[in-house]
Write a protein that binds this ligand. Structure first.
Ligand SMILES: [Zn+2]
Length: 244
C-alpha cells in the first residue's frame, strides 16, 4: 500500500453509509482518484470544509485495493469562496469539474490539464474569467485528453475548409464542402465561427461576441456528447442559470 501526498481539486463528493464520504479527486500527479474519507460525516473537524467540490487541497492518500484510495488527510490550499457568490460562476465551475471527471480515467495523470483547471478556478474566483475563457478551457481539456476537435484545415482531406463547411463529430470536426458531399451528416457551420474557434484553439485571447459564443457552445456540447455517449449533466444547469 503506497502512501503519497499530492495536490488535488475536489471534483465531486458523495455521502457513503452513515459516517463516510467518497470523494472524486483530480490530483496533479496521479490523475483522477476515488478516495474514501472514513468518518468524514461523523467528525466535522477532521475534514472541515475540505471536501466541497472545487476546493484545492494538499491530500495524503493511501492506495487500497483496485483503483481506489483512502483519504488520510486534507489541508485546504484555496477554497474559492468568492466563486460561490455567483450562480453563473458556480455553473461554469461545476461544468469544468464534470468535464475533467468525464474526460479522464482513474490513475491517469494529466498535470497540464490539472494546472489549466486550477488556473481557471483561480481566475473565476478573482472575477477575471469571462465566458470566452470557458471555451478556451474546454478546447484545452479536449486537446489534453486526446479528443481535440479540428476546425481548420478540413478534418478529412486537410485542405481549406472553404465557404460552406460542415461540422461532424463523427469525423473529428469540420469538413470542407467536397468531403461533406462524400460523407453525409453533420451540420452546416458559419465559416467565421470555424475561423474564430481555430484562432481560440491556437491560443488567441480574443473575446467572442455573445451570439458567436452561443453557437460555439452548441458545437462543443454536441462534440463532447458524441464522444462521451451522453450529454454532461451540468449543461442543463448552465442553461437554467442562463450562463455560457
Ligand atoms: Zn476536405
Amino acid at each position: 500500500m503506497e502512501r503519497y501526498v499530492d495536490d488535488a481539486i475536489v471534483l465531486s463528493s458523495l455521502d457513503y453509509g452513515e459516517a463516510d464520504r467518497v470523494v472524486t479527486l483530480f490530483t496533479r500527479g496521479h490523475g483522477r482518484v476515488s478516495a474514501f474519507a472514513n468518518g468524514a460525516r461523523k467528525s466535522k473537524r477532521r475534514f472541515a470544509g475540505a471536501l466541497e467540490p472545487t476546493t484545492f487541497l494538499k491530500v495524503q492518500l493511501v492506495e487500497t485495493r483496485g483503483d481506489s484510495a483512502r483519504l488520510d488527510g486534507a489541508d485546504i490550499q484555496q477554497s474559492f469562496h468568492h466563486l460561490r457568490d455567483d450562480l453563473g460562476h458556480i455553473a461554469r465551475a461545476m461544468y469544468c469539474l464534470e468535464l475533467c471527471r468525464e474526460l479522464t480515467r482513474d490513475q491517469e495523470p494529466h498535470a497540464v490539464l490539472f494546472d489549466a483547471l486550477l488556473d481557471y478556478l483561480k481566475r473565476l474566483d478573482a472575477r477575471q474569467a469571462g465566458p470566452t475563457s470557458l471555451l478556451k478551457f474546454e478546447l484545452d481539456a479536449l486537446e489534453q485528453t486526446g479528443f481535440m476537435p479540428r476546425f481548420s484545415p478540413c478534418a478529412i482531406c486537410g485542405g481549406a475548409t472553404g465557404p460552406q463547411p460542415r461540422f461532424d463529430p463523427e469525423h473529428g470536426g469540420v469538413m470542407c464542402a467536397n468531403c461533406s458531399m462524400r460523407q453525409p451528416g453533420g451540420v452546416a457551420v458559419a465559416p467565421e465561427l470555424v475561423e474564430a474557434l481555430a484562432r481560440l484553439q491556437g491560443g488567441a485571447r480574443v473575446p467572442l461576441p455573445p451570439e458567436m459564443r452561443a453557437r460555439a457552445r452548441g458545437l462543443l456540447n454536441v462534440f463532447i456528447a458524441h464522444h462521451l455517449g451522453r450529454k454532461l449533466k451540468t449543461v442543463e444547469f448552465m442553461e437554467q442559470v442562463g450562463t455560457d
